[in-house]
Design a protein around this ligand. Structure first.
Ligand SMILES: *Cc1c(COP(=O)(O)O)cnc(C)c1O
Length: 381
């Protein structure tokens, strides 16, 4: 099955009892048994499994080409589940440019866990290799990154982790499987904030893990079941409905993203545009290699003046774009990373990685590109 068919049919069947084409929202915590331990259709208690969640999990496995999908109550709950596979003494190698909440979890929640985290620019493959030792258990990458659109070469890193026998997880939130499928390129686990493009309508908080191998999926399912951050049936239904139009939405996100990146790059008030689809993007070659069908809907930029005041003025003036955190919905959003999404990263660290005070991040939606560009034009005046 091709991707555009999988988003709609992958792992799905009509509901056997009634023929309902969409899975009912099984709003139930528990399931009757005919005799102790004799289950009617395999379901026992909804933390362990619920048919609406199963429908979503099968769709997730299908679109990412994995053996097992798992749906969580948030993206961070999904990330936390992966970290629970580790123990004191283990080491993790992570990208030096991560979603702020992921960085906060690694550096603060797991601070006294005995697990050691190394943060590295993964484009420096020699430096990356030098950080492996017998305690290394996990490599965590995000590509493209938030908000600077740095890339990591998934295939190159996957070769190293395979060689070293270390788990490799990729946060695929920004690209989605419409654009890149990390499990096909050598990753073992894909993580999503399904709050973003998979859900696609800014109406649900949800997360996902997809394991390449069944055994790894089973291990993660045990941890999810035993710690409890599962996605409820109503929210599972919403994410599943979102996935059915993922390919159509992503196509427009990519088209609009490219147009807006090119418009910004030609604007006299704009200094730098961060978008992997621009030829002068420092990782455009990696982007062309591992991203297909386009380069996504996330675009960041800075001002020629370098002034924070200009960024704030822009964000106050936009009308079609809404000033808000989050991304990946059908509507366009604009955000000031230093004061909003990335405020949890200490200022000196922010400056070091390039999250300057004049940086604006756009989540380009699926509206008419002319209206979006006109909005940006009036806000840049
Ligand atoms: C939003 C986001 C997360 C966290 O997901 P939640 O659903 O908010 O918990 C993780 N990674 C990336 C890249 C994100 O954008």
């Amino acid at each position: 099955m091709k991707f555009n068919t999988k988003t709609i049919h992958g792992g799905q069947h009509y509901e056997p009892a009634t023929g309902a084409v969409m899975p009912p929202v099984y709003q139930t915590s528990t399931f009757a048994q005919t005799s102790p331990g004799q289950l009617i259709s395999g379901y026992e208690y909804s933390r362990g499994g619920n048919p609406t969640r199963t429908a979503l999990e099968n769709a997730l496995a299908s679109i990412e080409n994995g053996a097992r999908g798992l749906a969580f109550s948030s993206g961070l709950a999904a990330t936390d589940c992966v970290l629970r596979m580790l123990k004191a003494g283990d080491e993790v190698i992570a990208m030096d440019d991560l979603y702020g909440g992921t960085y906060r979890m690694f550096t603060r929640v797991y601070k006294d866990s005995g697990i050691k985290f190394h943060f590295v620019d993964m484009n420096d493959i020699d430096r990356l290799k030098s950080l492996f030792n017998e305690n290394t258990k996990l490599v965590w990458a995000e590509t493209p990154t938030n908000p600077l659109m740095k890339l990591a070469d998934i295939e190159a890193i996957g070769k190293i982790t395979k060689d070293k026998g270390v788990l490799f997880a990729v946060d695929n939130t920004f690209a989605t499987p419409y654009i890149q499928r990390p499990l096909d390129l050598g990753a073992d686990i894909v993580m999503h904030s399904a709050t973003k493009y998979l859900g696609g309508h800014s109406d649900v908080i949800a997360g996902a893990l997809i394991a390449k191998e069944e055994q790894l999926g089973e291990q993660l399912h045990f941890l999810q079941f035993a710690t409890g951050a599962t996605l409820g049936p109503q929210d599972s239904y919403l994410v599943l409905r979102g996935i059915k139009t993922l390919h159509l939405r992503m196509q427009r996100h990519c088209e609009n993203g490219q147009k807006i990146a090119e418009y910004l790059a030609s604007h006299p008030n704009v200094k730098k545009v961060y978008y992997p689809g621009l030829e002068n993007h420092p990782f455009h070659d990696v982007a062309k290699k591992q991203m297909q069908n386009g380069f996504g809907g996330m675009v960041s930029f800075t001002f020629n003046s370098g002034a924070k005041a200009d960024a704030i003025k822009f964000l106050e003036k936009v009308r079609v774009f809404t000033l808000a955190e989050s991304l990946g919905g059908v509507e366009s959003l604009a955000n000031h990373p230093a004061m909003m999404t990335h405020a949890s990263i200490p200022e000196n660290k922010r400056k070091e990685i390039g999250i300057t005070d004049d940086l604006v991040r756009l989540s380009v939606g699926i509206e008419d590109a002319d209206d979006l560009i006109a909005d940006i034009e009036q806000a840049l005046l």
